[in-house]
Design a protein around this ligand. Structure first.
Ligand code: FES
Length: 74
């Protein structure tokens, strides 16, 4: 889905940047220019970033919980 029409930035591109370590609209703007032209997309960019950051957090948390799981021997 196209999020920033001025720069042609999609939600997939934003999610990829978050996976690579971006965690704010400022990071996304720096990397892509999204939100820096007309500014109409800023709330949508923020929504995609927040959602992607939350997903990454959940993945990390799930991995951490799996790492902490102690095998039960019967
Ligand atoms: S739509 Fe993103 S800066 Fe204009």
């Amino acid at each position: 889905m196209l999020v920033c029409h001025c720069r042609g930035i999609t939600d997939r591109q934003i999610r990829r940047l978050v996976r690579d370590g971006a965690d704010s609209t400022r990071d996304i703007a720096r990397a892509t220019g999204a939100g820096l032209q007309c500014g109409d997309c800023r709330s949508n960019v923020k929504q995609v970033v927040d959602d992607a950051v939350e997903r990454e957090f959940q993945k990390t948390r799930a991995t951490t919980l799996l790492d902490l799981t102690i095998p039960v021997e019967g």
